[in-house]
Ligand binder design. Structure first.
Ligand code: HEM
Length: 215
């Protein structure tokens, strides 16, 4: 059987393309949205990372999910600094999740609480993506809305404690390859990864609806 890291990557390839080329993402990367759309997107990420990172203390001791729990990946504090920059000191008071975001966060929480292997699927989908394509988004955001390079507004995309993302991703793939799951469970994880991508696409769709661009 091919290494699990290859399996999960190949299985989500099509959906990755769909996420990357979604209307909202294309418009964001194309510099066609105002900063309000970017702030709204960042706000949605807050709910997702809150769900991903709230249960890590417990998951760290889990034999399946534990090895993936790495504090240097945590994004919530960075998101909070970005939101304070984008929305001002009262950012927390105005925080609101789109229904699609609510559904995504709920699914992450469910996995974190009841199915650690499923949690790994969500962990992979977010953090490996942030370490990769996230850098493209940061670059565009800096250019489009004038954020300081790697500064407030785009801290979410800056992994201060991961100086070598390529090496980190190699290590992460080794963890995936050694995951303590049998073949059936591995297939379930891959299916959950597809769900994770679909949930992301759902958020993009909702954001696209909220920020329509006249053609
Ligand atoms: C415009 C948006 C995006 C761009 C430009 C982008 C770009 C990329 C690139 C270039 C890679 C390859 C990195 C490598 O080979 O090491 C990658 C990997 C990845 N991306 Fe994205 N991506 C985007 C959106 C997303 C989204 C929305 C998700 C899911 C939430 C995602 C999840 C992933 C994952 C999980 C990987 C790792 C694949 C693997 O090596 O196993 N990406 N992305």
């Amino acid at each position: 059987m091919e290494p699990f890291s290859t399996l999960i990557r190949t299985a989500s390839h099509e959906q990755h393309r769909a996420a990357e080329t979604s209307t909202f993402m294309s418009d964001l990367l194309g510099g066609r949205h105002g900063v309000a759309a970017y702030a709204r997107y960042t706000e949605q990420l807050w709910f997702v990372y809150e769900a991903l990172e709230a249960g890590t203390a417990r998951l760290a001791a889990d034999p399946v999910a534990g090895p993936f729990v790495r504090p240097e990946l945590y994004r919530l504090a960075s998101l909070e600094r970005d939101l304070a920059h984008l929305r001002g000191p009262d950012w927390r008071a105005g925080l609101s999740a789109l229904p699609a975001t609510e559904a995504y966060a709920e699914r992450v929480r469910e996995c974190a609480e009841r199915w650690p292997a499923g949690y790994v699927a969500h962990h992979y989908t977010r953090y490996l993506g942030d370490l990769s394509g996230g850098q493209v988004i940061r670059d565009r955001a800096e250019r489009t809305w004038g954020f300081v390079n790697k500064g407030d507004g785009v801290r979410f995309y800056v992994f201060e404690e991961i100086p070598n993302p390529a090496a980190f991703k190699r290590g992460y793939r080794e963890l995936l390859d050694g995951i303590r799951a049998d073949d059936l469970e591995k297939h379930r994880i891959v299916a959950e990864c597809r769900t994770a991508f679909a949930l992301n696409t759902g958020v993009f769709r909702a954001l696209g609806d909220e920020f329509p661009l006249s053609a």
